[in-house]
Design a binder for this molecule. Structure first.
Ligand code: PLP
Length: 375
């Protein structure tokens, strides 16, 4: 491969081309049906995705943020209530809590896994706490058993933010059915991505599933009969039909991400980069491959100059965003999260990343990063 060839961070065009015939056929099937909202495609996808997650119920909704928001609403969590969230997450996790009218209470992550540290949760529980909302960040499952033990001791709900972890396993069990309910996103760049916005609630709680079904559709079970003040947040027929093409290849595509992650881990071993850590009980799906470096910005610039696309997940933690100035947290309030945000860099990762492209990334990184022994 020529040394000036660029490596995109994620190649959604290549993903489309690989499934083009089937995706195009699904598109035409929906167009020909003349039925676009809440029909056979959504129903079929809900059955198929629940089965994939090894859970009883799935309800298709508008996006991942709405999935989490509707779960909180359906559990009656609102003003005056507190929900424990990771300090280190995408802001959508917090926004779902705010939309419900409750207050997000941040807890620091484990510095090695980037996920909620179960040992730090109990100190954040108050009489107002109603739920814990762990995120399976970067595709790696959070340590759910101690979180669930704590939740049952205090009578709290456990709501998984599984937006980055479709197919990941914890102690052999799929995410999505590990807590009381889970929110998934089908944003195009996610491991299971639609060609537009989409999301789902997955749960083994039949009552919760039914309440979310009502809430997503104007609070009505029967057209023009509104039991509660609901929302308009529905997965549409077209996105459901396209997702039904992509779901059957999800495991194979996650397997390719695993192979790519193994090549990165192998090629970068012994460098001064901080590498992802995978606990024994975790089977991550590598939504992102995140490394750490104290001079992260300079490293990103050099890779950029070499035509290698990287991203930062995320540059500013939620507690330091202007959107959450109201909570009054200053710099230094969550030092582990803040250090993570200063140092992380996501390397190119995806099912269509070729070994040649990855070789180029590795070649560039290895010549760039001093080995530990020379440091
Ligand atoms: C993508 C994402 C969401 C929100 O999903 P949308 O479909 O974009 O609304 C929520 N939480 C996390 C961790 C995410 O990565």
């Amino acid at each position: 491969m020529p040394s000036n060839m660029s490596v995109p961070f994620l190649d959604l065009g290549a993903a489309y081309l690989e499934l083009k015939d089937d995706l195009d056929a699904a598109y035409h099937r929906v167009m020909d049906s003349g039925w676009f909202i809440l029909g056979k495609e959504v129903e079929a996808f809900e059955r198929e995705f629940a089965a994939y997650c090894e859970a009883a119920h799935c309800v298709g909704v508008g996006n991942g943020l709405e999935a989490l928001h509707l779960i909180l609403r359906a559990y009656g969590i609102g003003p005056g209530d507190e929900v424990i969230v990771p300090a280190n997450t995408y802001i959508a996790t917090w926004l779902a809590v705010s939309y419900a009218g409750a207050t997000p209470i941040p807890v620091e992550p484990d510095a090695r896994t980037y996920n909620l540290d179960p040992a730090l949760i109990e100190a954040a529980i108050t009489p107002a706490t109603r739920a814990i909302l762990p995120v399976h960040l970067y595709g790696q499952p959070a340590d759910m058993d101690p979180i669930k033990a704590l939740a049952s001791r205090y009578g709290l709900k456990v709501i998984e933010d599984a937006a980055q972890a479709h197919g990941a396993r914890y102690h052999g069990r799929r995410v999505g059915g590990l807590g009381d309910a889970a929110g998934f996103s089908f944003y195009p760049g996610k491991n299971l991505g639609a060609l537009g916005d989409g999301g789902a609630v997955v749960t083994n709680d039949a009552d919760l599933a039914e309440r979310v079904r009502v809430l997503r559709n104007y609070g009505s079970r029967v057209k023009y009969h509104n039991e509660v003040k609901g929302f308009n947040s529905r997965l549409d027929e077209l996105q459901a039909a396209l997702l039904r093409v992509k779901l059957p290849v999800l495991d194979a595509w996650n397997e390719r991400r695993r192979a790519a992650a193994a090549r990165y881990l192998d090629g970068l071993a012994g460098s001064e980069l901080g590498l992802p850590y995978v606990p024994k009980w975790a089977e991550p799906v590598w939504h992102l491959f995140v490394v750490r470096h104290p001079q992260r910005d300079a490293l990103q610039q050099r890779l950029q100059q070499a035509g290698i696309g990287t991203m930062i997940h995320y540059p500013i933690p939620p507690h330091l965003q202007p959107a959450y100035a109201e909570l009054g947290y200053g710099a230094g309030a969550f030092p582990i999260s803040e250090a993570i945000h200063r140092e992380v860099l996501s390397l190119p990762m995806g099912p269509q990343l070729t070994a040649a492209q990855q070789g180029r990334v590795l070649g560039r990184m290895v010549s760039d990063i001093r080995p530990n022994s020379a440091a």
